[in-house]
Write a protein of this length. Structure first.
Length: 476
């Protein structure tokens, strides 16, 4: 038999063996799988999705003798308060009194349920058996029952390879004994979890699924596949599964974002849109380190909308330990959000020690308005870096920053002409402030030797700037 001797707390003997077709245990009146009931949602997960089956060495066997040893999965039950009020959960003797397992096998003779009679010495209920869940709070039952294996009064035995669909129903009467808590009432009703699929096979767990992370990836892939389905019930199941995984699903969703299959791309995109918060931003940051995921990760960063989400990105962009490429991508992602906190972050980056980072920040600052933005660019006109100087000039021209006219005229008036002189003339033309006219008219007399490489281009830029201001240059 599969049972051991009775322990101090329990003595077990087999009463009957029953082989059920398809559904092993059915609960009448249970809620729709995965759907929240009265503010409570039950989420079921397993530490693996593939179960290793190996043939048993049997000298004698009947048709009812199990022929496979199965490496079980550990089940986890997480209760989530999706309502707006606190609720108290009745978790006293949970597996034995409150949870009912529901298993669907590949055919009518795939699962065996052994009913057990158990003499149990139950401990008195304690306050910890009735956890309080705040709004948006979660509680996970610490023990992890195994499947196949013992679950309450039943033992589940798998008889053949195939797919096994498992879900669990929680039922509670709503009353609780006096354990010192603030309330004598607990959540009342019946709620059914999402359904998980466990694949049992004689080939065992291959190299891909031997890694727990790969097993979780397979579970996420299945959820994405179901999310792309036209069946609304399957879609709800997929949403609940992805909600239970949270930001842990981000790397796999980013892969789905680049799938060759249109439905998969749309499903992954929809799932990513549903995520948010600081943890989501951190997950995107982590994914951006992977060359295969970085492009998709940076695109998703551009869609972040809150200060809470952007704060980790700004901090990462300011991190001098990161590579220039990573910091530049983060600057672009932050700027593309257009959020006020992005503007504040760019102002800090415009003073960075790395000239290339300063240049990138000044480039994107031109998408924002404000005196502090213009002042940051004016200060950059004093930079010894030619890259920073040119970018500051270009950005001031884009903003048509009239307060920068004196500084730009001073650059243009320098005897030795450079590329910065040329860019300053163009910026003055875009700003079109009449205060620049005297300086620009003097520049029409610039001798060729002052700008030997691009003298004609420089004079044309001066004339164009004067035309923009509204004064035609004198004809020669």
């Amino acid at each position: 038999m599969l049972h051991g001797k009775g322990s101090k707390l329990a003595r077990v003997r087999v009463l009957a063996v029953v082989v059920l077709s398809g559904l092993v245990i059915a609960t009448d009146g249970a809620a729709e799988p995965g759907k929240a009931v009265e503010g409570l949602r039950l989420m079921l997960s397993a530490d693996k999705t593939e179960l290793k089956m190996t043939p048993r060495q049997l000298r004698r066997a009947t048709k009812d003798t199990p022929r496979w040893n199965v490496t079980p999965a550990k089940l986890s039950f997480t209760f989530a308060n999706v309502g707006k009020k606190w609720l108290t959960l009745d978790a006293y003797d949970l597996v034995w009194r409150r949870l009912t397992l529901d298993v669907t096998g590949p055919d009518a003779r795939s699962v065996r349920v052994v009913k057990r009679l158990v003499d149990r010495q139950m401990a008195a209920p304690q306050r910890k058996d009735y956890p309080n869940l705040r709004a948006s709070g979660k509680w996970t039952y610490p023990p992890q029952p195994q499947f196949p294996g013992n679950f309450g009064f039943n033992e589940y035995i798998l008889l053949k390879p195939g797919e096994y669909r498992v879900k669990v129903t929680y039922s509670a009467p709503g009353e609780r004994p006096d354990t010192g808590g603030s309330s004598r009432h607990a959540w009342q009703g019946s709620v059914t979890s999402n359904e998980i699929v466990l694949k049992a096979g004689p080939q065992g767990i291959n190299a891909r699924t031997a890694d727990p992370r790969a097993a979780k990836d397979a579970e996420i892939d299945e959820a994405i596949r179901l999310l792309a389905s036209k069946d609304e019930g399957l879609k709800r199941r997929a949403w609940d599964a992805l909600a239970a995984m949270g930001v842990k699903a981000v790397p796999r969703l980013l892969q789905g974002y680049h799938s060759d299959d249109l439905r998969t791309r749309e499903a992954a995109n929809k799932a990513l849109y549903a995520l948010g918060g600081r943890d989501y931003a951190l997950a995107l940051l982590d994914a951006s380190k992977d060359d295969k995921l970085s492009e998709a990760a940076y695109r998703r960063m551009q869609l972040l909308k809150t200060e809470e989400e952007l704060a980790p990105l700004v901090a990462a962009a300011l991190d001098e330990e990161r590579s220039y490429r990573q910091r530049k991508e983060l600057i672009e992602a932050v700027a593309e959000t257009g959020h006020p906190s992005a503007r504040a972050g760019l102002l800090l980056l415009a003073r960075d020690k790395n000239p290339r980072i300063r240049r990138a920040a000044l480039d994107w600052l031109a998408h924002f308005q404000g005196e502090d933005v213009e002042q940051s660019m004016i200060e950059a006109l004093k930079s010894p870096s030619e890259q920073v100087l040119k970018q500051a000039i270009i950005s001031l021209g884009r903003l048509k920053a009239r307060r920068a006219v004196p500084e730009l005229c001073e650059l243009v008036s320098r005897p030795k002409k450079t590329e910065a002189s040329y860019r300053a003339v163009i910026a003055l033309g875009k700003i079109a402030d009449k205060r620049a006219e005297p300086t620009l008219r003097k520049e029409l007399q610039t001798p060729r030797e002052a700008f030997p490489t691009d003298w004609e281009r420089y004079l044309k830029a001066v004339k164009d700037a004067l035309n923009a201001i509204g004064k035609e240059p004198p004809q020669k």
